[in-house]
Write a protein that binds this ligand. Sequence first.
Ligand SMILES: *[C@@H]1O[C@H](CO)[C@@H](O)[C@H](O)[C@H]1NC(C)=O
Ligand SMILES: *[C@@H]1O[C@H](CO)[C@@H](O)[C@H](O)[C@H]1NC(C)=O
Ligand SMILES: *[C@@H]1O[C@H](CO)[C@@H](O)[C@H](O)[C@H]1NC(C)=O
Ligand SMILES: *[C@@H]1O[C@H](CO)[C@@H](O)[C@H](O)[C@H]1NC(C)=O
Length: 422
Amino acid sequence: MLCVLFVYFCIAVNDLGGDFMGVGKGSLAADKVVEEIRRKGGRAVANYDSVDAGEKVVKTALDAFGRIDVVINNAGILRDRSFGRISDEDWDIIQRVHLRGSFLVTRAAWDHMKKQKFGRIIMTSSASGIYGNFGQANYCAAKLGLLGLSNCLAVEGEKSNIHCNTIAPTAGSRLTQNILPDDLLEALKPDYVAPLVLWLCHESCEENGGLFEVGAGWIGKLRWERTLGAIVRQRTQPMTPEAVKANWTKICDFDNATKPQRIQDSIGGIIEALNKIDSDGGVSANHTSNVTSTATSGFVTIGHKLPPFSSSYTELDTIMYALGVGASLKEPKDLKFIYEGSSDFSCLPTFGVILAQKSIMGGGLAEIPGLSVNLAKVLLGEQYLELYKPLPRAGKLKCEAIVADVLDKGSGLIMLMDGADE
Ligand SMILES: *[C@@H]1O[C@H](CO)[C@@H](O)[C@H](O)[C@H]1NC(C)=O
Ligand SMILES: *[C@@H]1O[C@H](CO)[C@@H](O)[C@H](O)[C@H]1NC(C)=O
Ligand SMILES: *[C@@H]1O[C@H](CO)[C@@H](O)[C@H](O)[C@H]1NC(C)=O
Ligand SMILES: *[C@@H]1O[C@H](CO)[C@@H](O)[C@H](O)[C@H]1NC(C)=O
């Protein structure tokens, strides 16, 4: 693959050459870098557009090299002010250059990377964003915004072998030249950051969605940690601020903390808590007794008929359904499901389940005597449809549903519904 060569030798250097405040413009800065790369035997082109023109920056690379493998987003400026004195302009320009600029340049490269099933993207964040720093609220917000952007790109790019990582470098640059003393600047050379970037951009590097602090020759990785937390609600009682206060120490206790890595880990924790709350309240016991006692309590749950439900549909509905499940104009055989002018225009057979679902979720389920079903917690397990004759292209469907069985599964229950559309 071409990538490694690209990283070292073929580089589109984008720098509009402003000072650390983003004031002024010049070609000198980018030219200097290009010259340096060429001197060392590499190929490079310069681009002087602002990152506001993401498409143009990427086009420069595509025109020169025919492809783009790596995007390193590190354009940055500062407008440091204590929070109360940040003007709209100080805020906006920082978001525009750091966050929007990285978005625009990356988006311009994204489809090329997806097509070639390879891409490496670097976002440049900052310790200021991670930990907060006096006088940099605008900058900190943008810098941590980049981490959020990177987190999403890591998830969306994964299956196309596009990896996105974030670095928080401490290095001397035009941003810090007026802040740090010269000897410290020397110890914080960008040379001590670049090797990490090069490794993260290498085709053999599996890292994706990582966050790294780097400076002076040291590199460390960061991750999230979450306390075990506390459940402050009981099933049968309202949740109160007093319970939050009473549980505060436990909520904030990092003993045995977990390290969630994906949103699934996060949601998993919440679902687990929900199950605990429910089972503490004796849901299963109550459900079981409700279900099994239906005969004696006078309720007939099994065999209960939901109120008949009917609904008309037009050709537009059948077309919307077909599009919704993936029919496409690009597939000639799909045309009969999405163009009403087709000679064999048809309704997709599975359209029949829509009516059954409408009937069940449209209140029918909530009104079964002897059971209190919280629709927010109902999950459709599976469905089975048998069609006796093709559905008309438009018309009226009537659904009759009946509770066929109720199975107690301890922490929940399964309900089987039989339905007939006609
Ligand atoms: C936490 O909240 C729960 C639910 O309200 C309460 O029963 C419990 O006493 C609280 N825990 C502590 C340590 O106060
Ligand atoms: C953490 O785990 C240890 C060992 O399993 C246990 O003794 C301790 O109680 C746990 N702490 C918390 C807050 O759960
Ligand atoms: C059933 O629910 C009631 C309140 O709805 C509760 O008081 C009772 O403890 C529950 N039964 C069991 C066995 O948990
Ligand atoms: C059990 O059924 C009774 C009678 O309909 C109802 O009042 C109670 O809320 C039900 N309990 C649950 C947990 O659904």
